[in-house]
Design a protein around this ligand. Structure first.
Ligand code: SF4
Length: 328
C-alpha cells in the first residue's frame, strides 16, 4: 500500500538511527566536521531541509544521547577499529552507498534490488567487508547474526556491483546507553562488580588515579577481568560481529533473493501479519494491526492516520553519494 503515518513527528528510533548514520558517514568519509558529534548537531538542520516531517519531540534528548555514544565510539574506534580502513573507490570514500541492481525473476519479471551499504572497509589483509551500523538498546545474539539475511544479501550485492569477492558483513552495534567509567579519585579506582563499564574507560581511570603507574593488585585484577569478558571486537557499549560468507553462500543467497522476489511480485500471493519482537518499535501500523485482529474495519484508521509515502529524501546524506545502477 506504500503508506506512512501522517503523524506530525517521525518515529524517534528511526530518526535517531538516521542521525547517527549521518554522523558516522562524515566521520569515516570526508570528515568535514572533524568529529562525528559535530555532524550530529548539524543533522536536525539537514532533516528540516530534506524532509517534510518536523523533528521528533525528544530531539534534544536524542542528540544528547548520540553525543555521548559517539564520544565513546571515537575512543573505541581508536583502539579497536583503526585496522579497518574505509575503502576509497574512484576517488570517493565508500560510505552510505545507495545501490540498485536490475534483476529478473525466473519467470522473467524485472525488478530492482536496492539497499544501502553503511561503509565498505578493507581489513589488514586487504579483504573487503561491508560494515553495518546499528544503534540498539541491547546487543543481539552473535549466533543469530551469523544467519541474518542482511549479511548474505549485502555481501552478494557488493560482489555483484564491484566484481570482487567480499568477505561478508561486520555488524557494529552501538548500545543506546551512556558508557560510564568507574568511580575514581587519586589513589583509588572502584572494583565494584556491579558497575557496568569497559576496559577502555577503566584504563583511563587507572591512569588518572595512579599517574605513577603503581596500581594495586585488586585494581589490576578487576581490569584484567574486564578484558577477559571483552573480545578483540567489542565491549558492552560497542560490539562488532563479523559474519563471513563463502562464494558458495553468496550463490545460494542469490537463489533466495530470486525466490523471495518471485513471491513479492506475485499478485496472488496471500499475505498475512507476521508479528516479531521488533513490531513494537519499528511498525507504525501496530495499532491498525491489533484492530484488524479484533475484527475491526481498519479502512477508516488507514485513511485518517496514514498517507501515501512520498519518495524518500536522500539529501540528508551527501548529494554526491554514489548510486550504483547495475544492469549486468
Ligand atoms: S505490527 Fe502487524 S503489520 Fe506491523 S510488522 Fe508487526 S505483524 Fe506486521
Amino acid at each position: 500500500m506504500n503508506l506512512e503515518p501522517t503523524a506530525a513527528a517521525p518515529n524517534s528510533n528511526l530518526w535517531f538511527g538516521t542521525a547517527m548514520h549521518y554522523a558516522l558517514e562524515d566521520y569515516h568519509g570526508h570528515n568535514e566536521f572533524g568529529k562525528p558529534m559535530e555532524a550530529l548537531v548539524h543533522f536536525p538542520e539537514r532533516w528540516l531541509e530534506a524532509s517534510d516531517q518536523p523533528l521528533p519531540d525528544d530531539t534534544y534528548d536524542l542528540l544528547e544521547l548520540g553525543d555521548k555514544m559517539l564520544k565513546y565510539y571515537m575512543l573505541w574506534d581508536k583502539q579497536n577499529g583503526r585496522e579497518y580502513k574505509t575503502w576509497w573507490y574512484e576517488g570517493e570514500p565508500q560510505v552510505e552507498i545507495t545501490f540498485s541492481i536490475d534483476m529478473k525473476t525466473r519467470r522473467g519479471r524485472r525488478f530492482q534490488y536496492s539497499g544501502r551499504f553503511d561503509r565498505i572497509v578493507k581489513d589488514p589483509m586487504g579483504a573487503l567487508w561491508i560494515q553495518d551500523y546499528k544503534t540498539a538498546k541491547r546487543l543481539p545474539s552473535k549466533t543469530y547474526l551469523q544467519i541474518d539475511a542482511q549479511a548474505g544479501a549485502y555481501a552478494w550485492a557488493a560482489r555483484r556491483i564491484f566484481g570482487v569477492h567480499f568477505e561478508g558483513v561486520i555488524f557494529t552495534h552501538l548500545l543506546k546507553q551512556v558508557a560510564k567509567g568507574p568511580k575514581f579519585k587519586p589513589g583509588f579506582v572502584s572494583v565494584n562488580k556491579a558497575q557496568k563499564t569497559s576496559g577502555i574507560l577503566y584504563k583511563k581511570a587507572m591512569r588518572r588515579a595512579f599517574p605513577d603507574n603503581i596500581v594495586p593488585e585488586k585494581v589490576l585484577d578487576f581490569y584484567n577481568g574486564l578484558l577477559e569478558r571483552e573480545d578483540t571486537y567489542g565491549d558492552p557499549f560497542v560490539n562488532v560481529t563479523q559474519v563471513r560468507k563463502t562464494p558458495e553462500a553468496l550463490k545460494n543467497e542469490e537463489k533466495k533473493i530470486l525466490l523471495e522476489s518471485g513471491d513479492m511480485l506475485n499478485p496472488r500471493l496471500v499475505i498475512y501479519p507476521n508479528p516479531t519482537w521488533t513490531c513494537v518499535w519499528d511498525c507504525p501500523f501496530m495499532n491498525a494491526c491489533l484492530e484488524m485482529d479484533d475484527g475491526q474495519d481498519i479502512d477508516e484508521i488507514l485513511e485518517a492516520e496514514f498517507q501515501v509515502r512520498p519518495p524518500r529524501p536522500e539529501a540528508w546524506f551527501k548529494e554526491e553519494a554514489f548510486v550504483w545502477q547495475d544492469s549486468h
